[in-house]
Design a protein around this ligand. Sequence first.
Ligand SMILES: Cc1cc2nc3c(=O)[nH]c(=O)nc-3n(C[C@H](O)[C@H](O)[C@H](O)COP(=O)(O)O)c2cc1C
Ligand SMILES: Nc1ncnc2c1ncn2[C@@H]1O[C@H](COP(=O)(O)OP(=O)(O)OP(=O)(O)O)[C@@H](O)[C@H]1O
Length: 303
Amino acid sequence: MKIYKNLTDVKLEKSIVSVGKFDGLHMGHREIVRKMKEKKKADTNLVVITFADMPGNVLGDNDVKMILTQDEKIRFFEMQDIDVLIMIEDVKDFLMMSAEDFVKKILIDKLDTICFVCGDDFRFGKNRIGNVEYLKEHNYNRFEIISLKKIIYEHGEVSSSRIRECIVTGEIKKANEMLLSKFSFIGVVEHGNHIGTGMKMPTVNVIPDENKILPPFGVYASTVVIGKEEYKGITNIGRKPTVSSKEKLGVETHIFDVNLDLYDKIVEIKLYDFIRPEKKFDNLDELKTQVDKDMSIVRNMIL
Ligand SMILES: Cc1cc2nc3c(=O)[nH]c(=O)nc-3n(C[C@H](O)[C@H](O)[C@H](O)COP(=O)(O)O)c2cc1C
Ligand SMILES: Nc1ncnc2c1ncn2[C@@H]1O[C@H](COP(=O)(O)OP(=O)(O)OP(=O)(O)O)[C@@H](O)[C@H]1O
């Protein structure tokens, strides 16, 4: 997959295009990608234009945390066989472009768009003037427009915002259902305090990106993907208040029944279900007794 950070040097032929935040690659996004793939031929390019930061954060003073970090989004689109990912860094500049310029200069001149796929509520261009009707009237008969009805889950439209709400309230199972995958953290394994090893509970530590959305601090049933292998484990997200009040925020996972040296390796920690909130115990022995109980619960779960 070729990645661009702006549109300056982009010049493509016969593109099948979609544009959006694509935070999470949820059910609706996957339907868009499926439609794009349906249109794919040997000489066409599947092109996604997305943003390095949330438009709302750039235009207003929101601080929306993301379901996917930039690296995670790149990885997920790579797995979907997208040919070209344009991850716009100057989001403000892009959002200020008129709808007319977007169609003429970007979709037609730069991308040679033959097909544009979007949800039926897609809006674009300065002040969000452009929509599906606008595209149909202003495409110079150069490309097909496929607009999809919004995918519904449990009586409501699937959207990244709705999934973010589920994550922050700890409804991981529901978030996962709408994501059609597991909410996860991809990162490099860092060194902890090595107390876990002494407790016969070695853990892999991943420090989440500061822009990444977090579920409530606590213990989760999880799996860990390392290369092509996936292992069952148990994850604590939080600041380990039992150890000290100054611990860094971390995602810490004990993988069951294996002894692996994973420092500096890239792993994906996938969350399946919430088990209990993180707690300050009086000492490490009490913590260990609780963690043993947590582990037996998770061992009996089918993930
Ligand atoms: C399943 C699990 C549950 C945990 N629960 C808590 C907790 O409730 N409170 C807490 O302070 N630390 C909790 N921890 C973090 C431990 O304090 C930490 O793993 C231990 O101190 C080892 O840290 P280290 O890897 O930096 O050596 C938990 C860790 C795991 C793996
Ligand atoms: N549930 C859905 N069904 C079909 N298409 C969708 C759905 N949700 C979003 N899309 C489409 O996917 C593309 C990218 O959407 P985008 O990520 O910007 O919005 P979103 O998922 O609704 O997120 P947010 O809640 O942050 O607005 C757009 O064309 C959008 O219309």
